[in-house]
Design a protein around this ligand. Structure first.
Ligand SMILES: Cc1cc2nc3c(=O)[nH]c(=O)nc-3n(C[C@H](O)[C@H](O)[C@H](O)COP(=O)(O)OP(=O)(O)OC[C@H]3O[C@@H](n4cnc5c(N)ncnc54)[C@H](O)[C@@H]3O)c2cc1C
Length: 380
């Protein structure tokens, strides 16, 4: 039997890696098996739209990967034995020669969130939130906790779709305080226009029955939504793979596990050092390039070629403010804001193009040779 590459997770990073690897190794004796717990690709970066009541197009994985030779296996991964090179999924043991770990992340837990909180970080969470918002009546108070990119997008999407609700956002810092002044001003104007109350310098500790608690005081809300970051998938924590403190698999510049050289990790599930000595942040902007890098490295290893040695870098941070407005903050390779930004309709089109291009790229082979300057495509 040929070499088996087992890939876990068909999100942005896993699908990029699977498609790319199949392009690079199409005529080689390599079996690529992609395990995912559902048969469709979830556009996770649109889950705030789903939560706010919009219907998202369905993308069947079988259609996206038709003709690539990648074998899809719909099953839930339960454990990884990195010593025996075996994965258990739906009770069945599957051996591998090379493993690509791309199981993504979920919303970071906040105390009390399971009983009293809502989330748009997973498809199931977004659907539950959609159901709750569907039952919300005039003037009900929605509190989004977390002023990062995801929190901003969730608050704006709900406020635009449901102007009769009273939407607030609580952030421990200032609104968009990491953005350059022009982007920050546009964000503030957008929030004002949407009528979102901004509570800055508020560090929420937990969720309770009547809202969220900060410094022992209740911030009242009928629907409290956690957007306080992501926690990596816990499956790796049950293995002997080396992890960082948060539970991400520690990898080198080739996305290869520092403890197990036959394992690669990509996307939100991986801890990798990025440009400027800063770890890559959990995002599609990191996930797709890391999937691409891992595929190139694996293909080079299996065909005894020199690896391409590409590096992930950033170009932008894109923040949708509902369907009619957005901000695109251009950033340096190491994700620091530049002065320039796009706003309004142009920014909406920019972001929409990125979202669509990501899905398009899963269904199409891109040239087998990387660009000379080493630049990588990246999503929103
Ligand atoms: C509302 C929202 C808006 C966002 N907006 C942006 C944005 O504008 N730009 C940006 O860059 N990022 C954005 N993000 C973050 C981005 O979605 C994630 O960083 C990205 O999805 C990570 O990609 P991934 O492939 O690592 O993981 P995922 O996309 O989460 O994919 C993981 C895959 O593994 C599967 N899986 C999980 N557990 C198992 C299991 N046990 N067995 C089998 N399969 C399993 C899942 O079904 C999924 O297919 C946003 C996130 C949210 C929630």
């Amino acid at each position: 039997m040929g070499h088996r590459v087992l890939m876990l997770g068909a999100g942005y990073a896993g699908l990029t890696a699977a498609r790319r690897l199949s392009t690079l190794l199409r005529h080689n004796d390599v079996e690529i098996v992609l395990v995912n717990d559902r048969t469709d690709f979830v556009e996770r970066i649109r889950l705030h739209q789903l939560a706010a009541g919009q219907d998202l197009p369905r993308h069947e994985l079988a259609d996206l990967l038709a003709g690539t030779g990648v074998r899809l296996h719909c099953a839930r991964v339960e454990s990884i034995d990195a010593e025996e090179r075996t994965v258990v999924a739906d009770g069945e043991a599957i051996g591998y020669d090379t493993l690509v770990y791309a199981l993504g992340s979920a919303g970071a837990p906040l105390p009390g969130a399971a009983e009293h909180g809502w989330s748009a970080a997973s498809p199931a969470g977004a659907l539950r939130l959609r159901g709750r918002l569907g039952r919300a009546g005039q003037g009900e108070r929605v509190l989004v906790v977390g002023g990062g990119l995801t929190g901003l997008e969730i608050a704006a999407e709900i406020a635009e779709a449901r102007p009769e609700l009273s939407v607030a956002l609580a952030t421990s810092g200032g609104l968009g305080d990491w953005l350059a002044p022009a982007a920050r001003r546009h964000l503030r104007r957008g929030f004002d226009r949407l009528g979102i109350e901004v509570r800055e310098g508020v560090r929420i500790e937990r969720f309770g029955p009547g809202g969220a608690v900060a410094d022992g005081a209740l911030v009242p809300a009928d629907v409290s939504i956690a957007a306080t970051g992501f926690a990596p998938n816990p499956i790796a924590a049950g293995s002997t793979l080396r992890l960082d403190d948060s539970g991400q698999v520690v990898v080198d510049a080739a996305m290869r596990s520092v403890s197990h050289p036959d394992v690669y990790a990509v996307g939100d599930a991986a801890w990798a050092m990025g440009p400027g000595g800063r770890p890559l942040r959990m995002s599609c902007s990191s996930g797709m390039p890391t999937g691409w890098i891992a595929a190139g490295e694996i293909a080079a290893r299996l065909t005894d070629r020199r690896p391409p040695r590409l590096r992930a870098r950033y170009f932008h941070q894109t923040i949708s403010l509902g369907r009619r407005d957005a901000v695109v903050q251009f950033v340096t390779a190491d994700d620091r804001p530049k002065r320039g930004c796009l706003t309004g309709r142009a920014a909406v089109r920019y972001k929409e193009t990125l979202c669509r291009t990501a899905v398009w790229s899963f269904a199409h082979d891109l040239p087998a040779k990387p660009a000379r300057n080493g630049a990588l495509h990246s999503a929103a």
